[in-house]
Design a protein around this ligand. Structure first.
Ligand SMILES: N[C@@H](CCC(=O)N[C@@H](CS)C(=O)NCC(=O)O)C(=O)O
Length: 155
């Protein structure tokens, strides 16, 4: 309990201390919620990959994990028409892909996008990987398809 005799400064310190606790709890809660959402959206996702990257190093590791354990990965944004085109193409070709909407995962999305830029030199989405190799964006993926080089990669 806060004693009536506490000085104004002490009271402020006490409030700041409580606020810091609440802030930590909120951040913890939102990180747990993000994991739950990722697990619900991707039930086959290994548990460790449902962890939320919070540093550039963790973001780099997460990207590597994702492209290593999925044949096709599309780093995407939910409102991006180029991403829709690429995902529709993979659906048309009956190719299973792991799509991650970077705009739906809060701060982690920006970290992953920055890590993708460092790894591939590409800052836009879609950012497509097949068999662990960087393919590029929408134009690159469709160019491969026009040249009949995409389907063989999906086998
Ligand atoms: N020519 C690119 C176009 C991709 C593009 O412009 N994507 C936009 C989203 S619709 C983008 O990534 N903008 C930057 C950002 O969202 O950070 C491609 O073929 O992939």
């Amino acid at each position: 309990m806060v004693s009536q005799e506490l000085s104004c400064k002490t009271r402020l310190e006490h409030v700041a201390h409580l606020y810091a606790h609440i802030r930590k709890a909120v951040i913890f809660h939102s990180s747990i919620s993000q994991r739950v959402v990722q697990l619900l959206k991707h039930p086959s996702l290994p548990l460790e990959m449902a962890s939320v990257a919070k540093t550039p190093e963790e973001a780099t590791a997460k990207i590597e994990d994702l492209i290593k354990s999925n044949k096709v990965v599309v780093f995407s944004k939910s409102y991006c028409p180029y991403c829709d085109k690429v995902k529709d193409l993979f659906k048309k070709l009956s190719a299973q892909f792991y799509g991650l909407e970077l705009d739906e995962i809060g701060q982690e999305g920006s970290l992953l996008q920055a890590a993708l830029k460092t790894r591939t030199g590409q800052s836009t989405v879609p950012n497509v990987f097949i068999n662990g190799n960087h393919i590029g964006g929408c134009d690159d993926t469709f160019r491969l398809h026009r040249n009949s080089k995409l389907v063989p990669l999906l086998k």
